[in-house]
Design a protein around this ligand. Structure first.
Ligand SMILES: [Zn+2]
Length: 197
């Protein structure tokens, strides 16, 4: 039987529902205690059920982003014979916001081969007033090519900030998933509307 994780429409529906029903209520509590509104969840690929749902806890530590908190909680749930914890390769990782460099590394080190995000770095910067995802990748990780000819600012600026498809994971935004849904523009517009709302 085909995995529901391979059906973009089923997957998008499950991811939107997890965000709406499970992450948003958690983040609301987090935001009122002074944290920002970031959250993440881990789902089983085989039935798209949620294994772990978490929000950020930057009041406790600046490293406890939603994704990192979620990974920590996932690995701290007991892995018993009667209730085994799924392997990370058998799970889907979803984040409300495109993961920052710290979380990209956390997701990679934990062995997830995918992640999905609702908002992009540009959304974080323009809609949420958080420019650091882009700035840290640019300032810390991006190295100008100097081998043959000194790389121009324009060429440097055109380069993607990270490899969205690499040997460890494939990253997709919800908009990428909408584009994968078969059907006409009508169908895609409906889903774009759902992701925006
Ligand atoms: Zn992060």
């Amino acid at each position: 039987m085909a995995s529901p994780a391979n059906n973009p429409e089923t997957l998008l529906e499950a991811l939107l529902s997890i965000i709406e029903m499970q992450i948003v209520p958690l983040t609301t509590a987090g935001v009122s205690s002074g944290s920002k509104l970031f959250g993440a969840a881990i789902l089983r690929k085989d039935d798209l059920s949620a294994v772990t749902v978490a929000t950020n806890n930057e009041q406790a530590s600046p490293l406890l982003h939603g994704e990192i908190n979620c990974i920590q909680q996932f690995f701290s749930t007991p892995d018993t014979t009667s209730s085994p914890r799924p392997a990370t390769k058998d799970c889907i990782f979803v984040a409300t916001h495109e993961p920052c460099s710290l979380c990209l590394s956390g997701i990679t080190w934990s062995g997830f081969d995918n992640f999905y995000h609702l908002f992009t770095y540009e959304d974080s910067r323009d809609r949420f007033g958080i420019p650091y995802d882009i700035e840290i990748l640019q300032e810390v990780f991006r190295v100008r090519a100097v081998e043959d000819v000194h790389e121009s600012d324009e060429s440097l600026a055109r380069r993607p900030l990270y490899n969205r498809r690499n040997k460890f994971f494939t990253a997709k935004s919800f908009a990428d998933l909408v584009d994968e849904i078969p059907g006409g523009e009508e169908e895609k517009r409906k889903w774009r509307g759902k992701s925006e709302g």
